[in-house]
Design a protein around this ligand. Structure first.
Ligand SMILES: C[S@@+](CC[C@H](N)C(=O)[O-])C[C@H]1O[C@@H](n2cnc3c(N)ncnc32)[C@H](O)[C@@H]1O
Length: 292
């Protein structure tokens, strides 16, 4: 299980630091991951795991992916595994639901190579490693200073993934996972140019939900594949900043033509009570000539 914060530090936070931060308009809360709160009675644990597995079954059949064995068994394994995660994070990266989805989907896809763009503290690298013990993982993030988990077998780079040399990569045996706050339309175009066909996106959001996301990666997959584009741009505000996604720009049209299939997984909140996940699986049309 995750360790509790030291008692003295917790007292200092509650009595001194929290009131001070509160007056400044901030919340100071321990970085306890959501999975450190969990049911402990057997019936409630079973209900949580069975509900999650039932929803995942629907997602797998809608996405055309074949699970790696029995999904309920995989969910049970993940339930036992996640308390051992070497990353403590409450915000800024995946929680239980997102990590669970990544785990079962990576197990299903069985890649030999994984490109991970957007590493942050390394939780998702660790999840990928649990799901794919033998995969070669390529981790890209301009800021690797906050890693809590560094995979001994992975290759790390602060360069954008699109600048790296992928000549040795076998696209058919590769999955790219984008959780990097970069326009998802741009990532689709870049991945297609390199012959990749299997992509995962975190933080995919439709226009009416994107205001809730930090570092919005628009155009998102939902915007690209959503219902007929209205002539009106999508506009929203976040932390005082104004954002706008043009209704029908060249990137949206180009990316839409490359996507064969996209499936946004259920957020799992109603099954587990944990914060909603936002994972989307995208299959691209194969590149003419195989890509580079
Ligand atoms: C949401 S966090 C990733 C969280 C992580 N995948 C997890 O769930 O634990 C987004 C990360 O994207 C990184 N980022 C920003 N621009 C990027 C880029 N061009 N390429 C890759 N990562 C980028 C940020 O530094 C940040 O660490």
């Amino acid at each position: 299980m995750q360790p509790r914060p030291p008692v003295m530090l917790e007292r200092l936070r509650r009595k001194v630091l929290s009131p001070l931060f509160d007056r400044l308009g901030y919340d100071l809360v321990p970085a306890a991951p959501d999975w450190s709160h969990r049911p402990t009675s057997p019936r409630e644990v079973a209900t949580l795991l069975e509900s999650a597995a039932a929803i995942l079954e629907l997602d797998f059949s809608a996405s055309g992916l074949t699970p790696d064995g029995d999904l309920l068994e995989s969910v049970r394994e993940f339930w036992a595994l996640i308390p051992t995660a070497p990353v403590r994070q409450r915000r800024g990266g995946s929680g239980f639901n997102g990590a669970l989805q990544l785990y079962v989907v990576m197990r299903a896809l069985k890649p030999d190579f994984v490109i991970e763009s957007g590493v942050f503290r390394g939780l998702t690298t660790w999840v990928i490693r649990q799901a794919c013990p033998h995969a070669k993982i390529f981790c890209h993030d301009p800021d690797l200073s906050g890693l809590h988990y560094r995979d001994p077998q992975a290759r790390y780079s602060t360069a954008d993934w699109s600048k790296a040399d992928w000549s040795g990569l076998e696209p058919a045996r590769t999955v790219a996972f984008f959780d990097d706050h970069v326009a998802q339309g741009r990532r689709v175009v870049e991945a297609h140019a390199r012959g990749l066909t299997r992509l995962l996106f975190d933080d995919d959001a439709a226009g009416h939900r994107i205001h809730a996301h930090g570092g919005p990666a628009h155009p998102t997959i939902a915007m690209i594949t959503g219902p007929a584009h209205s002539p009106e741009p999508i506009r929203w505000t976040r932390n005082g900043r104004q954002f706008e996604q043009p209704a029908d720009d060249a990137l949206v049209r180009q990316a839409a033509g490359l996507i064969a299939q996209a499936h946004a997984f259920d957020d799992l909140h109603r099954a587990t009570g944990y914060s909603p996940a936002r994972l989307t699986y995208v299959a691209l049309h194969p590149a003419a000539g195989g890509g580079s």
